[in-house]
Design a protein around this ligand. Structure first.
Ligand SMILES: [Zn+2]
Ligand SMILES: [Zn+2]
Length: 144
């Protein structure tokens, strides 16, 4: 198990890093705004392999699109693990992990919306939009 936390430390969680389903970089405008970074790197993990440790009451969320609840700490604003009603996995902002998840991003998505100053790393595959199922099946077969 590895721990993650927000900037102020009020909120902490843990994940079972052996159960990580996917880790990808999202360049969509919503992820850029929510993280304040060039792009957001997120881990997908089954909800049962995730646990809040402290500070769940310090969370709030913003529904950036229908069913997508972007969670953040009320005190420090850090992006926190979140759910999308239409998605089976817990979405973990990788930058909030306190230890090495022992994996790395394997794809970029929504590169058509990338920050103008950012050069997308060509060492891993890219999808200009959310990516077709066939695209993801070759990259993260365990997600099927
Ligand atoms: Zn905080
Ligand atoms: Zn995104």
């Amino acid at each position: 198990m590895i721990r993650g936390s927000c900037l102020c430390g009020d909120v902490a969680y843990e994940i079972d890093e052996e159960k990580i389903v996917m880790m990808n970089c999202c360049h969509c405008g919503n992820c850029r705004k929510a993280t304040g970074a060039d792009y957001g790197t997120f881990i997908q993990i089954p909800p049962q392999d995730f646990k809040w440790l402290t500070g769940e009451e310090s969370l709030t969320n913003y529904e950036s699109s229908p069913g997508n609840h972007r969670a953040f700490c009320k005190r420090c604003g850090s992006t926190m693990p979140q759910r999308n009603d239409a998605w089976p996995f817990m979405v973990i902002p990788a930058g909030t992990l306190d230890a090495d998840p022992m994996t790395a991003p394997k794809a970029h998505m929504f590169t058509a919306s990338k920050a103008p100053w950012h050069t997308v790393d060509a060492a891993i595959p890219s999808a200009t939009d959310m990516g077709a199922p066939e695209f993801w099946a070759t990259i993260w077969p365990q997600a099927e």
